[in-house]
Design a protein around this ligand. Sequence first.
Ligand code: FAD
Length: 560
Amino acid sequence: MSVQKVVVVGGVAGGASAAARARRLCEDAEITVFERGPHVSFANCGLPYFIGGEIVGHDSLLLQTPESLRARFNLDVRCQQEVVAIDRAAQRVKVRDLATGHDYEEAYDALILSPGAAPLKPPIPGIDRPGHFTVRNIPDAEKIMAWLKGVPGARAVVVGGGYVGLEMAEQLKHRGLAVTVVEALPQVMAPLDPEMAAWLHQELRANGVTLHLSDCVAAFEAPANGEQARASVVVLKSGKRIEADAVILGMGVRPEISLAKDAGLEIGALGGIRVNERLQTSDPHIWAVGDAIEVRDAVTGAWSLVPLAGPANRQGRIAADNIFGRHSRYRGTWGTAILRLFNLTAGCTGANEKVLRKAGIAYQAVHLHPDSHAGYYPGAEEIALKILFASDTGKLLGAQAVARAGVDKRIDVLATALMSGLTVQDLAELELAYAPPYGSARDPVNLAGMIASNVLAGDVDVAQWSEVAALASDTALLLDVRTDEERRKGSISGSIHIPLHQLRSRLAELPKDREIIVYCRSGHRSYYACRMLVQRGFRARNLTGSYRTWKTATTVDAPH
Ligand code: FAD
């Protein structure tokens, strides 16, 4: 296919990177980018921080302008021009100039669709009331800031506990608002498993955010006489009523597919544009990238929707490669993501337990709580780290981490390991940079690999925090091997206590006809105990993550 004319729909993450790559591959092509909004190539990921005041001035969010893209890449970038139809037979798009309402046509040899995803707005009564906002672009952010201006002490309700909702909650709090988050699921941040999300629940509450889990909005009502809400009274299914001066709708996004659908392009079962591994749609002259497409989950192989900036940027480059004869392949999406929430960072990569169960993949999970760097060097913070791996081969399947420090580098190492198909034995052997201020001679990633390798080798079996409640006293015994002092501060009810240093001399107190589930603070000492017990003929399992994981996961999330 000879390509002289490339048309790109959408000028932000996927679209801008596709257009720039196209120019680098072909100096002669005519490349036109249509963008419905007033800005191209803006940092939508920075919007919450702009609203919160950490990023000052919207110019910092403008990575490029039509002028800079023309000067550097000779791109014809047209803002406030919406592509309203595709004539596939004639290879033309119909474009509406939103300033004048005038329609015109533009021909293409190759068309790249990167229209993104629109915030979800389910048909909840009152959802369009004044003072309700979604966050997708700079004008949205400016509307929120204008609404909040001059209302000190305003109360915001954020509907949805995904990463946009949580970033908004943090940033509104930063602006001095009283913030409530309402989440329909029992946890925030769905990509995390519940015991990992529990750390975020604690952090939200510790920072004064009111959190309503397992509850959803039934209606947004106009404030009645006597109610002071400036926007709405948010009525929850549970019957609770929350006065709000502003409402942020962060209930997720849905792919923008109307253009593709009207043109008869194949749409997948999840509602995204279907593409092949070259990111070509069902029409060989049309490519699609970014939030609008369905991608293969790189771990399970299932189709999925993963609206993240990294994949959109990679896909833009790959689509342009293929248009200009390079055979780049999109290998799928691992869903590597990171979130700052007040003093915590949460990161994840690959599959979580829900995804693995749904895919029918046999896995094991281990938890650990290592320090972010050498414990003897000041400032080390404990990381809650979880890895998931294949029960048979030990291949890494996913990882999650939450901590005040050290999450970003561990998640990025684990994401790289995941993409490379490494096993937990490989993780144990990774040679990672170490000096006391940065890590440990056995980095948390090495430790995770060692612990998982022990499980895989059959040196120790693990029990999960979620199994504890169902343990029957006639078949299982919970054994706490922590110190007396630790025990005094709290324990798992029904457990017996033998500190590790006394265990060898008190084995006679333990039953051989029951399984012994051993715990300590983090799973380290209980592993030693398990090794001792198993070699002495007991049936023992290590409670992985031990008291730290169990305690966080089972702390009741009573709303304020
Ligand atoms: P977009 O970047 O949304 O661009 C699509 C563009 O297409 C839009 O500007 C739209 O106006 C335009 N368009 C649509 N239809 C038409 C049409 N018919 N004609 C012309 N133009 C059209 N991801 C991360 O990985 N990390 C983060 O921290 C992060 N934070 C985020 C915070 C916020 C508030 C938001 C909204 C998103 C965040 N994301 C983050 C997600 C990330 O921004 C998206 O995954 C990424 O921008 C998707 O790129 P895209 O090109 O598919 O769509």
